[in-house]
Design a protein around this ligand. Structure first.
Ligand code: SER
Length: 318
């Protein structure tokens, strides 16, 4: 049985991943690590919890030793828009923090490390439609650069330092458990809160900005399936495209309006986030993930919208 440390457990992905891991690997075999003190109840009150700031390598090592950790998920990251404003902080967390995790893993016999890259690892020279798995990557954001670094350093530790490091390039992740934070794709989460609570949303991206997105249950499936994949089948390690759905703000608004007829979408473009979105792909070719570990998405946009509205209305008592 694995003993898993989930770093960034209280964030958007961690909040959904931890319960799935607990169910699969046992409650006491999943240690949630967070940085904030305002962790959600479903993390704080269930299963072992510890505090980790990944800028502090000693803290990571102490927790690996204390809990006999053999597998780590690193979900801690400064997201795209915030990273542009706080790029030195992003450097400490997304670059140095990652090295701390890999080095702490190496010296403490951690066997497997799971990382997340992103569509942000691509750039303006990358083919935009059905972006190939192995292609030009020239991101111009600090977040995107940190994701290329994540892929390359992860592959390096996998090849040369004896740790089984794996990871996927996530599209924009849509989910209802945690409120949106500082990402460029987070309009596609925020819109649901505003549609339910105010019947109106002002979008910071242009109505025709098409981006790859994924619904959280598919993202979690991808992470767990890659974690469990047969190592001998993997030619890639930390750099798998996964594709699910792609849509524009206009298309998402239409799908919501079909279910909330008085919903109104307005636009006020934020130049920073628009320029970030414009440098990202429209859709991804995920054949390599399909071949190497049987990846397959389940949700399309309409199924996602139905499920989001259902769960978020329950959460918001509406
Ligand atoms: N969702 C992330 C962001 O928008 C992309 O990986 O920053």
């Amino acid at each position: 049985m694995k003993k898993i440390l989930v770093i960034g457990a209280g964030g958007q992905i961690g909040s959904d991943l931890v319960p799935v891991l607990q169910k699969t690997f046992g409650f006491n075999n999943v240690i949630s690590a967070g940085y904030q003190n305002d962790l959600p109840d479903h993390i704080l009150n269930k299963g072992p919890y510890t505090y980790i700031d990944i800028r502090n390598k000693k803290q990571i090592e102490e927790n690996i030793q204390k809990y006999n950790i053999d597998t780590i998920f690193n979900l801690a990251s400064i997201l795209s828009a915030l990273a542009e404003k706080e790029y030195l902080l992003s450097y400490e967390v997304n670059f140095t923090g990652l090295i701390n995790i890999l080095e702490a893993s190496k010296s403490n016999n951690v066997k497997q490390v799971m990382l997340v890259s992103s569509i942000a690892a691509f750039g303006s020279y990358t083919p935009k439609e059905m972006t190939p798995n192995d292609t030009i990557q020239n991101p111009n954001t600090i977040y995107g650069i940190s994701k290329v670094f994540t892929e390359l350093i992860g592959n390096y530790y996998s090849d040369k330092k004896g740790i089984d490091v794996r990871g996927i390039r996530l599209p924009g992740v849509i989910s209802w458990k945690r409120e949106p934070t500082a990402g460029t794709t987070d309009y596609a989460v925020d819109i649901f809160y505003k549609a339910i609570l105010e019947k109106e949303y002002t979008c910071f991206l242009d109505k025709n900005t098409k981006l790859p997105m994924i619904y959280m249950p598919d993202a979690i499936n991808a992470l767990v399936n890659l974690l469990n994949a047969e190592k001998s089948q993997l030619k890639h390690k930390v750099d798998f495209n996964i594709n699910s759905m792609s849509f524009t703000p206009k298309e998402l608004a239409k799908s919501i309006k079909e279910r909330i007829p008085d919903f109104k979408m307005l636009y006020k473009i934020d130049p920073l986030r628009q320029s970030i979105a414009d440098s990202w792909p429209n859709s991804l070719d995920d054949n390599i993930a399909k071949e190497e570990w049987n990846w397959k998405a389940k949700y399309n946009i309409n199924q996602m919208v139905d499920d989001m509205l259902y769960n978020l209305k329950l959460k918001l008592n509406k």
